[in-house]
Design a protein around this ligand. Structure first.
Ligand code: NAD
Ligand code: TYD
Length: 354
């Protein structure tokens, strides 16, 4: 048996592949385009491991995807591949439409053709698991209940709109063609191997470099944070036992305003790697112009996955964020390697008016 993972050189995908091969011997075919966000160094522990087959390519390349399915005969396809950064989607939505919508469509078409030709037993066993986000549900007010799986889709950014479109396509392929799909909608992840364009790794990296810590607007926007390894265990649970055609919300019951997150990161760094002048890293916080259309609050009601599949996060925010900060302190080479010229160009452009 084999699984095909797309986007397995990115933040969550690489954590998933590493955890999967740490827990079992079922081989992984890993299809990743290696955009700026994809990093083969994330998979360095698997060098020479026969169970991991890495292929550089696009989920929208019908010929390549069809050939990989025919060659490796996976029993499941897990789709992590996406353009994933809201700020980049605001600056240039084109790639988001291309990969998240058109790419998912092409992948679905290839998977549908492959699945239709399987024998009865393989057909019954097959799964396509589509990894999505809570951002498709839009923004909550302070008093709204958390997102359940039946919450209306109200995406507000080009990123979330493109993910919503991909979710709808996945749903339609189940309803129309009977493709055995599962969809997961997860809250904000954090943890090792997180590209430092997102809030938590950006703060850790900027703090140590003595740079400003850019907080958008009033810093009171709320996100529901989940340690990436917990997201990976939830995906394994949904793949193993999720009901066909269902969606599962995944979250850590961990709502926090951005400013609290930044304070926590600063306090951990103050403890683990104090500044030479003994001032707190909090003194580097800098309030900058808010993101256009910035969603105020996300919160996940994760009761369905807990009640149906018995899944719960293993980490609290306190344990997860400490591990995360420690990981960045222990891996300066990884940080230096991802901060390539292209990364520096992005930071210069995005924070130019800060
Ligand atoms: P990421 O940006 O770190 O990684 C995305 C990966 O996909 C990269 O390795 C990239 O090279 C690859 N990729 C991009 N376009 C591709 C294409 N056309 N073909 C093949 N590969 C391509 O993203 P992430 O944070 O790891 O997110 C993974 C998935 O999880 C995404 O679908 C995202 O929407 C979803 N998600 C992310 C979060 C989060 O907090 N990061 C939360 C919920 C859901
Ligand atoms: P981000 O990590 O980009 O994830 P998302 O937008 O998908 O939730 O941002 C998390 C929150 O942090 C979001 O409310 C925007 C905010 N943020 C900042 O305040 N400053 C920053 O430099 C970044 C990247 C994000």
């Amino acid at each position: 048996m084999t699984i095909l993972v797309t986007g397995g050189a990115g933040f969550i995908g690489s954590n998933f592949v590493l955890d999967w091969l740490g827990a079992c011997d079922e081989p992984v075919v890993n299809l990743d385009k290696l955009t700026y966000a994809g990093n083969v160094h994330n998979l360095a522990p698997l060098a020479g491991d026969q169970r991991h087959i890495f292929v550089q390519g696009d989920i929208g390349d019908a010929h390549l995807v069809g050939a990989l399915l025919a060659q490796h005969q996976p029993r499941a396809v897990l789709n992590f591949a996406a353009e994933s950064h809201v700020d980049r989607s605001i600056l240039g939505p084109g790639e988001f439409i291309q990969t998240n919508i058109v790419g998912t469509f092409q992948l679905l078409e290839q998977v549908r053709a492959y699945w239709a030709a399987l024998d009865a037993a393989a057909k019954t066993a097959f799964r396509l698991l589509h990894v999505s986000t809570d951002e498709v549900y839009g923004s909550l007010s302070a008093s709204d209940p958390a997102f359940t799986e039946t919450h209306r889709y109200e995406p507000n950014s080009p990123y979330s709109a493109s993910k919503a479109a991909s979710d709808h396509l996945v749903r339609a392929y189940h309803h129309t063609y009977g493709l055995p799909v599962l969809t997961t909608n997860c809250s904000n992840n954090y943890g090792p191997l997180h590209f430092p364009e997102k809030l938590i790794p950006l703060m850790i990296v900027n703090a140590q470099a003595g740079k400003p810590l850019p907080v958008y607007g009033d810093g009171q926007q709320i996100r529901d944070w989940l340690y990436v390894k917990d997201h990976c265990s939830a995906i394994r649970a949904v793949l193993a036992s999720g009901r066909l055609g269902e969606t599962y919300n995944i979250g850590g019951w961990n709502e926090k305003p951005n400013l609290d997150i930044v304070h926590t990161v600063c306090d951990l760094l103050d403890e683990l790697k104090p500044r030479a002048d003994r001032q707190s890293y909090r003194s580097q916080i800098s309030y900058v112009t808010d993101r256009p259309g910035h969603d105020r609050r996300y919160a996940i009601d994760a009761r369905k996955i807990e009640q149906e599949l018995g899944w719960k996060p293993a980490e609290t925010f306190e344990t997860g964020i400490r591990k995360t900060v420690q990981w960045y302190l222990d891996n300066p080479d990884w940080v230096a390697q991802v901060q390539s010229g292209a990364y520096r160009d992005w930071v210069a452009m995005q924070y130019a008016q800060a």
